[in-house]
Design a protein around this ligand. Structure first.
Ligand code: GLU
Length: 480
């Protein structure tokens, strides 16, 4: 029963792409790429009040930014289109008509008020509210009479006559008792399909082989399996992926920091890093490898290694993975990604090579690209601000002597100031003054950068260049 692998990601365009949805998209994409199958993007926009074109655009942009290219979708087309549910209403109607004609569904003329009243009564009697089958088996004449009252019917599928079960690829066998479900609506009175009906018609017609989606959709699977049966169509395999929770095990919420792909992008997470981290939320490499490229993920991904326990979102770990990718990506790419953060601060370094060298120097200690204007800030100002903890090093007597000594040593040197000449000069000054370690380096670091932490001093000095180094040393030496 092996069919070609076709999976889909089916977002509802009602906001930004949340990391949980991005993880669902990623698992589908990895599975498709690993199996050489197709990754389909379908927009579930039948909720007209909440779906927006802007959100669809944002979701597509975020997926593209993550590098999760789709083979079929609303913008690229494909043989199974249209790929927006709002453009498939006629298809749902036809299938509903067929089910009606075959007696597998029926029209229900109950009004919302009537249903609400019955629901209230059931609750008062301590019964689980369920549709009571009032319109099941209506004669044509009765239907005509109700219709002439101006009632517009919904279409309902018959409740199950036996229990339903699914062998979920992540959760194992899941059983649904027949009592859980009454006759359920597949078409609303305005002719729009319910989520469960639209999904089944689409997944079937789009020949989706595997439905990989969030655990919260598991209860829908019962209705969906019944609809496959009614339609006489073969259901796909199902894989329900666990929830993503906060570190304290509560549902990942918007209140606690970033939760959308766009927010992480703005904070300077690389798409490789976010992708790498999301893959580890519920899946693990057989050798427990944690840092992986896109290609390695595709090679290693396997639904059999997706866990059925909730995955805890740990932003520290994401930052650790991001730091790794910031260090390892080609420097040209990192510099390019870092540029907008400088531009936003009004800092623009026109010299490409020097800019790259600066980014390369400071990227070592970064967890987010948004930290880079601060990390490299002292390169782009004539008079770096001296931070509080750096001040004592400039104000001490030894500090002043070191700065003056270094200034005169460097002034006496001919030619360009490079790493070697800086090291030579520092050594000479240290020997002359009997200053070593922090006593020697800290005043110089404080003078050149205004800080007590940072990358290699000789590299910093070489990148600042002779003029800036001399100006900073003399200004700092004169401070006391
Ligand atoms: N549109 C649904 C959602 O955004 C996805 C449905 C599904 O994957 O079956 O949650």
């Amino acid at each position: 029963m092996s069919r070609p692998v076709r999976v889909r990601f089916a977002p509802s365009p009602t906001g930004h792409l949340h990391v949980g949805s991005a993880r669902t998209a990623l698992f589908n994409w990895l599975f498709a790429r690993h199996e050489g199958g197709a990754f389909v993007l379908r927009i579930e926009d039948t909720d007209l009040a909440r779906s927006t074109v802007e959100s669809e655009r944002a979701v597509l942009d975020d997926l593209a930014w993550l590098g999760l290219a789709w083979d079929e979708g609303p913008d690229v087309g494909g043989a199974y289109g249209p790929y927006r549910q709002s453009e498939r209403l006629e298809i749902y109607r036809e299938h509903a008509e067929r089910l009606l004609a075959e007696g597998k569904t029926f029209r229900c003329y109950c009004t919302d008020e009537e249903l609400e009243e019955k629901r209230r009564l059931a609750l008062t009697d301590g019964r689980i509210p369920q549709y009571d089958g009032a319109c099941r088996g209506l004669s044509a004449a009765a239907e005509a009479a109700l219709s002439s009252e101006g009632r517009r019917p919904t279409v309902r599928a018959h409740r199950p006559t036996r229990d339903v079960a699914v062998d979920d690829l992540v959760r194992g066998r899941v059983e649904f008792a027949r009592e859980m479900l009454g006759d359920f609506i597949i078409l609303r009175s305005d002719g729009r399909p319910t989520y469960n009906f639209a999904v089944v018609v689409d997944d079937a017609l789009m020949e989706i082989s595997h439905v990989v989606r969030a655990e919260e959709h598991l209860p829908n699977t019962m209705r969906q399996l019944l609809l496959y049966e009614a339609l006489g169509l073969e259901p796909p395999s199902f894989a329900h992926v666990s929830l993503i929770v906060d570190k304290d095990r509560s549902k990942l919420s918007k209140r606690r920091g970033a939760s959308s792909v766009a927010e992480f992008r703005e904070q300077g997470f690389l798409s490789e890093a976010l992708l790498n981290y999301l893959a580890l939320l519920g899946w693990s490499h057989p050798d427990a490898k944690e840092i992986m490229s896109r290609d390695e993920l595709v090679r290693a991904f396997d639904l059999a290694r997706v866990s059925s326990s909730p995955a805890a979102f740990d932003e520290d770990k994401l930052a650790w993975i991001n730091a790794h990718h910031i260090r390892e990506e080609p420097i040209g790419r990192v510099a390019e990604l870092a540029r907008p953060y400088f531009e936003a601060e009004g800092v623009c370094e026109p010299d490409g090579e020097r800019f790259e060298a600066i980014v390369d120097l400071v990227r070592e200690g970064l967890e987010r690209l948004s930290e880079i204007p601060y990390a490299a800030g002292f390169f782009f100002t004539d008079d770096p601000e001296v931070e509080d903890d750096a001040r004592p090093w400039l104000e001490s007597e030894t500090g002043e002597a070191v700065l003056k000594g270094l200034l005169s040593t460097l002034e006496a040197e001919e030619g360009v100031l490079d790493q070697a000449s800086v090291k030579r000069a520092l050594k000479a000054v240290g020997e002359e003054l009997g200053a070593r370690g922090k006593d020697l380096y800290m005043p110089v670091r404080a003078a050149l950068t205004g800080r007590i932490h940072g990358p290699s001093l000789a590299l910093v000095a070489a990148l600042l260049g002779r003029d800036r180094v001399l100006a900073r040393l003399s200004r700092a030496a004169a401070r006391r």
